[in-house]
Design a protein around this ligand. Sequence first.
Ligand SMILES: Nc1ncnc2c1ncn2[C@@H]1O[C@H](COP(=O)(O)OP(=O)(O)OP(=O)(O)O)[C@@H](O)[C@H]1O
Ligand SMILES: [Mg+2]
Length: 222
Amino acid sequence: MLKANHVSKSYFQTCHSLKQSKKEHLVLNDVSMEVKEGEFVAVLGRSGSGKTTLLNVLSGLDMAEGEVFLDGEDIFKMKEEKRTMLRRKKIGFIFQSYELLPVLSVMDNIRLPQLKKDMDYVMELLSVLGLKGFETYYPDQLSGGQQQRAAIARALINRPSILLADEPTGNLDSKTERIVIELLKDLVRKYNTSILFVTHNESLVKDVDRVIRLEDGEIVYG
Ligand SMILES: Nc1ncnc2c1ncn2[C@@H]1O[C@H](COP(=O)(O)OP(=O)(O)OP(=O)(O)O)[C@@H](O)[C@H]1O
Ligand SMILES: [Mg+2]
């Protein structure tokens, strides 16, 4: 379903000690991995290990060396517009800092990326995620957990085949964190969505299908 073959990504920084020269910073180093249909996979790694970069590359938001296959198609080889459309259709993205639009209500945030109008499904998502009654609220009127759940609803709006979740519980207390993880697991079963879930918190990956450990941009386990 989602597969990375020998993916490497570097950033170049101007090096002041060596005038004019650029220093290479290898952020992803020959990463190969796979998420199968319906699988709940966790990527565990310390701050700066390359987790967000990996998700950005896997979703085609960012380019890299190597290959990334989404349902058998190499996303780096296709035109930008096709990549964008494929991402909207097949990938749900939960950002590290939610990224809800402050000027839109919960309802409008959730429906913003929707490709095909389906009000029944919108209502179902609101209900499943415990957001009924909050449709007209703006993000700054919600708690962190509610914002998180709105971001999850938005990520699910096009019934994606895979959900990429970047530290989705990073700003929550440990109890709410647990609730959100359990919710994500239920969603995998209910909608048969795969999840690639990124975290630095070891205690959250106890009962996922598979754990991939990232250290300095390299997979050292999984
Ligand atoms: N646009 C960029 N330009 C240069 N370097 C970058 C850029 N984005 C990320 N990096 C570098 O890549 C490395 C990995 O960053 P990344 O955001 O992927 O880490 P992370 O594992 O998600 O960390 P965290 O847990 O803190 O979110 C860092 O050292 C960072 O400085
Ligand atoms: Mg990150």
